[in-house]
Design a protein. Structure first.
Lengths: 162, 162
């Protein structure tokens, strides 16, 4: 008998409002689980903020690191490949380019993860686990595939593509 | 005289350790600003966690929403396009595909941002501001360009590409 193929949806929504010089408060909802989280971002004084919360890129760095770590743990059980106290070091490098006083334009340079599974399992098993975690990490797969975010802008004539 | 072209680097590092059933604690450093943030992720009970912190995808949703909002505000001043109390609604949709009991494989379906600048500026100016914010948002640009994360795994023979 062929094994069953299942597809499941994962939807997160965010509703962001301004709440300080550069601070944003975002009500995030994990729709499919009915979980809600209040998450703030801010900028440090150099960028005109009050430093009351991490900047968006700090949240992004934690999200990517945590995503891979979570999948390593989830799939360690499923694949029966034992792990120890997993440690992951991430380095995310971007550049900005600016012409005169124009708004700067950004681009990624490279993201790297150094992963120590602290595992006694054979290297081939550890690599198999890491491959599964990469494919199961929603953020890594989104980065790998690339994606153009859709935008709509509220205008006097209503919501328009932008 | 040609306007000066400047390039600047933005580097974030994260050091993640396991600190609960599914919880991770990530020490994030904004290297170029010497700012540090302790950010945790966890999963809800359905995924074997204790719900002590938002899941990675909730942080990711807040990061993307906050990134665009921050650039709208920064570039509003620079472009002298006035904005009101900006509100952004984000919807991020992924799917997972699973064959039998194998680890699931993930893919993005679509990310959408609905942006209300609450601005009296002409629509053309609002669109110009939004275009600048898209190009200045490190996360949107990374998604648009796509990026394969590099991995190294600690083995008995030292760090190896993985």
């Amino acid at each position: 008998m062929a094994e069953e193929r299942k597809t499941f949806d994962v939807v997160f929504t965010g509703k962001g409002v301004m709440s300080g010089k550069m601070r944003n408060d975002i009500a995030v909802e994990f729709e499919t689980m009915a979980e809600r989280f209040e998450i703030a971002t801010d900028e440090g004084p150099f960028h005109g903020g009050d430093g009351t919360a991490p900047p968006p890129l700090a949240l992004f760095t934690a999200a990517l690191t945590g995503c891979v770590m979570t999948q390593i743990r989830a799939f360690s059980k499923r694949l029966m490949i034992p792990i120890g106290a997993v440690e992951v070091e991430a380095r995310l490098h971007w550049q900005g380019h600016q012409q005169g006083r124009e708004p700067y334009v950004t681009a990624p340079v490279g993201f790297d993860l150094h992963i120590d599974l602290q595992s006694d399992a054979p290297e081939a098993d550890q690599r198999r686990l890491l491959e599964a975690a990469k494919k199961g990490c929603f953020i890594e797969q989104t980065l790998a595939q690339g994606l153009t975010v859709g935008h709509r802008l509220k205008t006097q004539d209503g919501w328009q593509d932008a």
